[in-house]
Design a protein around this ligand. Sequence first.
Ligand SMILES: CC(=O)SCCNC(=O)CCNC(=O)[C@H](O)C(C)(C)COP(=O)(O)OP(=O)(O)OC[C@H]1O[C@@H](n2cnc3c(N)ncnc32)[C@H](O)[C@@H]1OP(=O)(O)O
Length: 428
Amino acid sequence: MTIEIRPVSPAETMEYLRVLPYANGLPQEEPEPSAWYAGSAAWPPQVQKTAEELERDAQELLADWFRPQAAFVDGKIAGASAIVSVQVTVPGGQQIALGGVTATAVLPTYRRRGLLRKVMSAMLDDCRERGEFLAGLSASEATIYGRYGFSPATFQHRWEVRRTDVTFRSELTDPGALHLVDGAEAAKAWPVLHEHVRAERIGEISPLPGKWDGLAGGGLPADGSGPAHHLVHRDATGAVDGAAIFRLPWSPDPEQAGVLQVEAFEALTSDAYRALWGLLLDFDLTKRVVAARRPVDEPLRWMLTNPRALKLTRTRDNLWLRVLDVRRALEARTYAGTDSLVLDVSDDLYGGGRWRLDAAPDGAVCTAVHTEPDLSLSVNELGSLYLGGVRASELSYAGRIVERTAGAVSRLDALLRPDRAPHNAVGF
Ligand SMILES: CC(=O)SCCNC(=O)CCNC(=O)[C@H](O)C(C)(C)COP(=O)(O)OP(=O)(O)OC[C@H]1O[C@@H](n2cnc3c(N)ncnc32)[C@H](O)[C@@H]1OP(=O)(O)O
């Protein structure tokens, strides 16, 4: 058996696509929503793609932002993955190149023979050669990617609320206005809105090309969840400062009928945020509102007289980060205070090192040193800490960070503390 790991050539993209239906382990359907899927419906059955759709997918694989690598066993693709070139916003607002791992699958007949390890190693090497010092992914199973140095960095909630339980604490006054618009107008509004959002939001990801193109078409999804409805909020000057996409799926099951599913929601201002939720949570003829992929620090509950009405139905990790160059990563972000700490960071794949982090609100200098460390951790813990979504004290209590200088864990937390929980509404 010969194994070759290399990029997929243009002539081989159709072969790559034949491996992909085995990604996420769900070639057909599963009765329960999978751990990976954050939506509210069961993972929809995969519909056999037409030749035209496959051809279109194959063309997309040739784009320069999509970098597929495959494991060829005896000349045929037995497993593959890809890196997409995206950006992530880090504390301080810099938008950093991130190698996004996606579309990963090994044919069931070739699993557990080290093919993913080889493909991953080639992809991470490629990121480093291109100067990408962060890699990221969304994990199908939480046990797969820790061994390559990835660790959860952002989290998301799915919640639901019964309409009859909703009373707002104060009257919602709106200096702007809400508008129902068609898909074509929504397709124009979302990219602009998202650019504003990701300039401010730590952890947000740049959209892949064509991300909102489908909105204009307005096609019905295969899972029966009904047409998308588009809502935008304009401020007093007429500028769009918020938007939501929701569906009102029909169901023969009375329990499932009358559900308003919020598929996407963004607001740049508190006025837009409150106006949009004000309408969505009091939508005539609905019984429940369900929202997925929501930030863990959703302000909505604080608008309700009964904050318990908003019930969390799922918490899951979202973006997993892998720091590929400790010095450059630590120097790319800003900090909540001024302090110096020596970090001993181990890395099974690329070798560890000791770094003195001289951090300040306007940036940091990170220097390789040989002095005694204040803290020892691995590159995994660093990935979780990097955007500020996980506290060092939590990881230390779990035995994942060793404090060598008393108080160093609290000092690191004080440096990394974010204003808002990092969040990415967009994935890849
Ligand atoms: C970012 C994304 O794309 S998420 C989608 C990931 N894809 C899927 O979940 C699709 C279904 N699964 C698969 O196709 C395969 O099982 C893969 C791609 C996850 C793993 O491929 P394999 O070639 O079997 O992995 P490989 O043999 O290189 O395993 C490397 C290590 O990971 C472990 N491992 C691999 N998959 C899993 C898993 N699902 N659960 C637990 N451990 C796993 C192996 O035991 C091995 O451990 P070791 O390093 O201690 O020996």
